[in-house]
Ligand binder design. Sequence first.
Ligand code: S3P
Length: 171
Amino acid sequence: MAGSNNIILIGFMGVGKGSVAREVIKNSNYIAIDTDDLIESMENRRVKDIFDDEGEKYFRALEKEISSWLEKSVKNTLISTGGGFYKVKNLKKIGKIVFLDSPFEKIIKRIKSHPNSSKKLKKRPLLSDLKKAQELYDERRPEYLTLADVVIDVTDKSALECAKELLKKVK
Ligand code: S3P
């Protein structure tokens, strides 16, 4: 919502929402929060453990809870989100929506080229089967595009370049 001055970063797992958020806060007055971090502190356990112990439905209910809190209580903040958070009903009311876009193969290549790649893959239960992950990507991408106020193609760009583009486009 215009009054809240929040920016919400949406996009597929591994596209670089966290890295872009870190560069935005270094280069602006925004403070940042991350919906997965909020959920992990609420639950005092990792997202992967929440999926393993309680299942995806339970995790989605936590995302919904967080979304109400964000709408009511958070202002002037860059909010990075888990890849499925965009499904909450009040997303548009939380802030300006920025979609980080990249082809599926590039996202997987990006994760695999990371020094901590096996950790990055392990902590994301929905990436354990790449065929299913590709299907999820194909299903979600048009939905991300429909919701977005701003789209940033992050392919082959550094996090800093993306952050600068974001700050220019959300002005
Ligand atoms: C999910 C993405 C993850 C995390 C959870 C579910 C999804 O966050 O919220 O594993 O549904 O795409 P990242 O996008 O930060 O990996």
